[in-house]
Design a binder for this molecule. Structure first.
Ligand code: APR
Length: 241
């Protein structure tokens, strides 16, 4: 192989599981306890904003708990980004900030960020570490609207799709980590790049789309991600460059 393939890494909730954050669709996942229709749609927010705010307030408080920290998988991806000589983009579906805290910089949150809030009237976003109430006003600009979590709900458009599409179009290696492959458009990335780019899945168990990957490694992210990153940096992973 040559040494500078362009890489796109996609992460999902599985990478943060060993940091103490629940996934969505595992047996002990968030959607086993709460109906997504009640907390993660624009209709739910219109119907019962207090309930939706309470759900995200609890999740925000959890990621700010000093016990929750980046794990070896987050750290390995940040280290890979620093040392990789070619193009690198980390696309995450996660709304936690563990990739940033691990040191990742070339990072796009396609489902938004829990530590940001967005005005429902003017659309301005701001950092948000305090609980949001139904009446929390937009302080920075219009002062009229209410704030909502700056996250993407079911039925809304994911963020940053243009730069993500451009990176997918030119990547030689696509690596999906800790995602069940059940939510589009992220679930469709592997089919989009397949044939052009080498595709690798790193997940606890085979995902819904596991058959679409050229290479799969199954196990806990804290073990298989650092091991894969080390092989990549040693030039031992082929790509389609
Ligand atoms: N290491 C690696 N993978 C793991 C681990 C672990 N320690 N623990 C769980 N997993 C895997 C599971 O086997 C599963 O395939 O992580 C995956 C998590 O899948 P989901 O819960 O569906 O999470 P994700 O794919 O990120 O969900 C996508 O759905 O509800 C929405 O907006 C939410 O961004 C989220 C989107």
């Amino acid at each position: 192989m040559t040494t500078r393939p362009a890489i796109v890494v996609l992460t999902g909730a599985g990478i943060s599981r060993e940091s103490g954050l629940a996934t969505f669709r595992d047996a002990d996942g968030i959607w086993a306890r709460v109906r997504l229709e009640d907390v993660a749609t624009p209709e739910a927010f219109a119907r019962d904003p207090a309930r939706v705010q309470a759900f995200y307030n609890a999740r925000r408080a959890q990621i700010m708990d000093p016990q929750v920290a980046p794990n070896a998988a987050h750290l390995a991806l940040a280290d890979l980004e620093r040392r990789w000589p070619g193009d690198f983009l980390l696309v995450t579906q996660n709304i936690d900030d563990l990739h940033e805290r691990a040191g990742s910089r070339r990072l796009l949150h396609m489902h938004g960020e829990l530590l940001r809030a967005r005005c429902t009237i003017c659309g301005a976003t701001q950092r948000c570490i305090a609980p949001l109430e139904v009446t929390t006003a937009c302080a920075d600009c219009c002062r009229a609207g209410g704030l909502r979590p700056d996250v993407v709900w079911f039925g809304e458009m994911p963020l940053h799709m243009e730069p993500i599409g451009a990176a997918l179009a030119r990547c030689d290696l696509f690596v999906a980590i800790g995602t069940s492959g059940s939510v589009y458009p992220a679930a469709g990335f592997v089919a989009e790049v397949r044939g052009r780019a080498r595709t690798v899945e790193l997940n606890l168990e085979p995902s819904d789309g596991a058959a679409l990957f050229d290479e799969t490694h199954h196990g806990p992210a804290t073990q298989i991600v650092p091991a894969f990153a080390a092989r990549l940096l040693a030039g031992l992973v082929p790509s389609n460059e």
